[in-house]
Design a protein around this ligand. Sequence first.
Ligand code: PYC
Length: 332
Amino acid sequence: MILGTYYCIDGHTCGNPVRLVTSGHPTLLGESMSEKRQHFLRDYDWIRRALMFEPRGHDMMSGAFLYPPTTADGDVAILFIETSGCLPMCGHGTIGTVTFGLESGLITPKEQGVLKLDTPAGRVNAYYEMKAGKVTWVRLYNVPAFLAYQAVPVHVDGLGELILDIAYGGNFYIIVEPQSLFAGVDQSCAAELLAWSPKVRAAVNAQINPIHPEDSTVCGASHVLWTGKPQHPGSHAANAVFYGDKALDRSPCGTGTSARMAQLYAKGLLKEGDTFVHESIIGSQFIGKVEGTTEVAGKAAILPSIQGWARQTGSNCITVDDEDPYALGFQV
Ligand code: PYC
């Protein structure tokens, strides 16, 4: 029996995959996208696993469903799906979803040049430029980002004691600066980062388990952001973000860049109005900016923007058939 049929636009944002699923949406209960995300995780997580994991996806796969807006002034709502679960917010996913949604006509803005997006993490506005039917760039104004914990000593097997910061940028990020065996991000350290990251994440969540002060469903440090010196002209810093069980973001990571800017702002290394060009492990760049400042539950926070681009690579129609023993995906 066919469990579901899903038409998709596939592509990438600065190298990281985005699969915009354009049919087969389950009906989700709840008033906000945060509530709808909880319903999806409870009853429909099998759809995510089928579309993200092998044999229909892969370790890095990431995507989204579009839903009607959940606010009176919203244009469209986004549910993010990924190998790691349903993120409250995803920066590269938003840039890809907005690009493919506009180019395919699935998203029609109320006002040209800007979209008001309802995401599980809250309101995100996306500005864009469109020329001859193609979106050239998207700049998203993300949810408030803040440094949640600073200089926490954590013992990690194989790495010893690390000093770590934890910042929120739409997800909670463990930020690792060069120390111990880690000399800084470059392409040659991908295998080590994949081996170390799950240990770092488990140790941090056993010790701290951060919770968003305004939404307790956003909890746990899900991503590990490893920092480094940039290799490409124009970049201020490099990073590699680990997510899921085996993924290193090929893009500079939008929510990670937001968290990193919040960390640097809290340490006095960035100020309001500063631009921060962040480079990924493959050298692609996002332009981040500290657009403003605010507070989250009494904590100093920044209002970050992230600009990047996305390209479609094709489209496909995925079926999930329960006669296939791997209908719901697998991981090796
Ligand atoms: O761009 O926010 C992001 C992101 C999160 C995980 C992978 N990319």
